[in-house]
Design a protein around this ligand. Structure first.
Ligand SMILES: [Zn+2]
Length: 176
């Protein structure tokens, strides 16, 4: 079976940049998938905070691209935490089809609670990298996504610089 690579960490850690770099480094044909819930970017384009761009297919479920895989050896998935648990079966299907998966997603929400689907994906994966951001308060390595506007209790509030910042553990615990 082909491998599953996971790129995770907090917000502003460069997860999407790492995903795009890995896809571009492959000599295989790849397809980039992202959830339709994410409306930060213009249609069909994944943008990173540092300006990289790549064409993506926006779907409600990863299985929505199963019909497009005839010539594809690698599937990249961005913002994986926004997919429902159905993503687990979809990843198994891709593995059975001998397709390599590179998947980027937030490991924990703004309360530092794990996203269920990401916990499961990480447990299935062959390699995991946890990228760090820079603390917005003190400049140390950061692994917490802090929501600056906490009036909403939704776990899935879509991120923009206006709503979130990366913090180190110390600053996160001082602010919360
Ligand atoms: Zn800090």
């Amino acid at each position: 079976m082909k491998e599953i690579q996971v790129i995770t960490g907090c917000m502003f850690a460069g997860k999407t940049t790492e995903l795009l770099n890995r896809l571009r480094a492959t000599n295989d044909n790849y397809l980039l998938v992202k959830p339709v819930i994410d409306n930060r970017d213009s249609e069909d384009i994944v943008c990173t905070h540092d300006g990289l761009e790549e064409k993506a297919i926006r779907v409600r479920k990863v299985s929505d691209v199963f019909a497009l895989l005839s010539n594809i050896q690698v599937v990249g998935i961005d913002e994986a935490q926004f997919f429902t648990m159905s993503i687990i079966d979809d990843l198994c299907y891709l593995q059975e089809k001998n397709i390599k998966i590179i998947i980027a997603g937030l490991e924990k929400d703004y309360l530092h609670k794990p996203f269920k689907s990401m916990t499961k994906i990480i447990s299935m994966s062959d390699s995991v990298i946890r990228l760090k951001a820079t603390c917005n308060n003190c400049g140390q390595d950061a692994s917490y996504s802090h929501r600056k506007n906490t009036t909403s209790k939704q776990q899935l509030l879509i991120g923009a610089e206006n709503f979130y910042e990366a913090l180190c553990e110390e600053c996160f615990n001082n602010i919360i």
